[in-house]
Ligand binder design. Structure first.
Ligand code: SF4
Length: 504
């Protein structure tokens, strides 16, 4: 464990995220005078970094125990600045200090948030030109030229796509099906092996139907724009269960204006002709068939328990069933994968020619068994590289796709980003909505999180966006038993009767 000691409890999230970006292998803990430390031994670990906030300066000291030396960086704060500006200048000082210390520049500079395009979108909406936005990102946040172009290109495309949506007066639905054929090594989602829960699926759907009824009431008078059925792997359910789910959905909500219905059929081992037929019949428009990699050994290693051939067969089966909008997800930075493996995966996908490709950088999250596996096997999983990202980008380009959404995660391999590419007209609209937080998303099912987006007009006429969340419990049995409580939480969030006026 590496300790950063600070004499003040401030900017801990940003400091942690930036240090982790420069030193991804560190298990970093920030200690401040307010930290609650259960294990007293931690207090005895000598710090690798120290931050000293004083009235007129901030000093960062980096200790190198190996060479018994230290480097110090100081920002002299002699001007009167408000809290926001202080935070911005500190962010620049902290980034440039670590940049000098390591000799590394990060592609996204000192931006630590997961939604860099949201920042760019807001600037576009405020009437800033491309060159003004580029200068801001370059000078204030040290973003690389390549990421500036990518960010602006995506934000502009997102604006265009969202312009066809009722994104302020409408809403979208997320339905969570938290079951999968098996649990992948890197999984940090709400997912349970279907074999262990088969007997409770019917009860789960009953609870979900009750939640649907309540939500339909709450959303009366609003336009439903997109529906996303994810999880988990919804196609872990049988064809009959999928039929029941989609029938209930269509009977409960008004689908007349719906622009997109996506089903995550992520795992090839869960796809059958019968299930595809049911989904076609109910008007599902977009399907994900996710290989993650086309390398057999890696698939085994990450616990997906399906073969490359099953992915290829499932893709052809989906196409044959009439789907003309198929997405494929891949992950870069999987343990042991080289750039040649990524190239081979991309070439295999090129042959299939899906309409969209989502490129993820592996994020090692605490919840996933992968972190434990990495530790036990002494393997570093942080091996995504610029070159691999480039291979994926070139592959997407060769398939006629352009980047249309982007987000980052904590602990992401190589401090890169996840990028969605699509051919024209086949973008995943829901993906943009969830990232840009432009529209209310009502989420149903175990482990789902609803987001209510409200525009508020301030006294000076400026508009602010307020985002409020409410969560459902993750555990399936708890969700079934406490369904009335989950509905109650939503009612409180959406102030049921006042919903329509609430959003104006
Ligand atoms: S398919 Fe997705 S949700 Fe299911 S176990 Fe794998 S990573 Fe988790």
């Amino acid at each position: 464990m590496q300790i950063l000691r600070s004499n003040q409890a401030k900017y801990e999230y940003e400091i942690h995220a930036l240090v982790k970006s420069f030193y991804p292998a560190w298990d970093l803990k920030i200690l401040t005078p307010e930290s609650v430390v259960k294990d007293r031994k931690i207090l005895e670990i000598p710090p690798v970094m120290e931050l000293d906030f004083q009235e007129d300066f901030v000093k960062l000291t980096v200790h190198d125990s190996l060479h018994n030396s230290s480097n110090s960086y100081t920002w002299w704060n002699t001007e009167q600045i408000d809290d926001d500006e202080y935070k911005n200048v500190f962010g620049r000082f902290f980034y440039t200090s670590l940049q000098e210390e390591t000799g590394i520049s990060l592609p996204w500079g000192n931006l630590t948030g997961v939604r860099p395009t949201k920042l760019i979108m807001n600037l576009l909406e405020n009437g800033e030109s491309d060159s003004e936005i580029a200068a801001f990102l370059r000078e204030k946040h040290f973003v690389s030229e390549e990421k500036i172009s990518l960010g602006i290109e995506i934000a502009q495309r997102e604006r265009e796509i969202l312009s066809t949506l009722h994104y302020e007066d409408g809403y979208s639905l997320y339905i969570g099906i938290p079951f999968c054929p098996t649990t992948c090594l890197y999984c940090s989602f709400t997912s349970y092996p279907i074999s262990a829960w088969k007997e409770r699926v019917s009860d789960y759907l009953t609870a979900l139907e009750k939640e649907m009824q309540a939500v339909a009431q709450m959303c009366r008078g609003r336009i439903l724009d997109t529906v996303y059925i994810g999880g988990g792997t919804p196609t872990s359910l049988s064809a009959e269960e999928i039929d029941r789910l989609l029938t209930s959905l269509k009977n409960t909500f008004d689908f007349s204006m719906v622009q997109e219905v996506t089903v995550e059929a992520g795992r090839a081992d869960s796809i059958t002709e019968e299930k595809l037929k049911v989904m076609r019949r109910h008007g599902v428009t977009r399907i994900s068939v996710n290989p993650q990699t086309m390398k057999e050994e890696t698939l085994k290693l990450i616990g997906r328990q399906h073969t490359v051939k099953q992915v290829v067969d499932a893709f052809h089966m989906t196409r044959k069933a009439g789907f003309d909008n198929i997405n494929m997800d891949i992950i870069l930075g999987l343990p042991g994968e080289t750039k040649e493996d990524v190239q081979a995966t991309i070439e295999a996908i090129l042959v299939l020619a899906p309409e969209s490709l989502t490129v993820h950088s592996l994020a090692v999250k605490r919840a996933a068994r992968l972190s434990q596996w990495i530790e036990e096997n002494g393997i570093t999983a942080y091996n995504n590289t610029e070159e691999m990202m480039q291979i994926a980008a070139l592959g997407a380009d060769a398939m006629g796709m352009s980047p249309y959404y982007l987000y980052r995660q904590k602990n992401m391999s190589g401090n890169f980003e996840n990028v969605g590419y699509a051919v024209k007209g086949k973008h995943g609209i829901y993906n943009i909505l969830i990232m840009e937080e432009k529209q209310t998303i009502v989420a149903l099912g175990a482990g789902s999180i609803s987001k209510k987006v409200t525009k508020k007009t301030a006294a000076d006429g400026s508009e602010n966006t307020l985002i409020e969340r409410c969560e459902n419990v993750k555990e399936v049995a708890q969700y079934i038993e406490r369904i009335d409580e989950m509905i109650g939480r939503k009612r409180r969030l959406f102030h049921e009767a006042a919903l329509v006026s609430d959003f104006h």
